[in-house]
Design a protein around this ligand. Structure first.
Ligand code: AMP
Ligand code: ZN
Length: 114
């Protein structure tokens, strides 16, 4: 989608530190990390948030969720625990309207979140 920051990252119009990529999914480092490991997992197809998940195919949804687990394991996050977050809407702090899952790890996290 035009003027979408993460679509531009998918299309390599904007640089990012890509960690993993397949036909459906891109994983890259968050530019302003909030934890020692802070990655973003996005579908290559533009949807605004999880509220449009029906617009992805079952394969695309599957790839996204399996990628989260695969990357977390590869980075050794599963040993101590990690957090997966998808902020949805303004009051939850969503600042980029292209679905993304944050993977945060290598520190401890409070519950409930702020
Ligand atoms: P959210 O605020 O939940 O919508 O998450 C958007 C995330 O995108 C934030 O954690 C930002 O730090 C991150 N971000 C913004 N611009 C970039 C960029 N050019 N490359 C990588 N991450 C970015
Ligand atoms: Zn987009």
């Amino acid at each position: 989608m035009e003027n979408c920051l993460f679509c531009k990252i998918v299309n390599k119009q904007i640089n990012s530190e890509i960690v993993y990529e397949n036909d459906d999914v891109l994983v890259f480092k968050d530019l302003y990390p909030k934890a020692p490991v802070h990655l973003l997992v996005i579908p290559k197809k533009h949807i605004s948030s999880i509220m449009e998940i029906e617009d992805l195919s079952d394969k695309q949804v599957n790839e996204m969720l399996k990628t989260i687990a695969k990357i977390a394991k590869e980075m050794g996050l599963d040993r101590d625990g990690f957090r997966v977050v998808t902020n949805t809407g303004a009051s939850a702090g969503q600042s980029v309207d292209h679905l993304h899952f944050h993977i945060l790890g290598k520190r401890s996290f409070n519950w409930p979140p702020g």
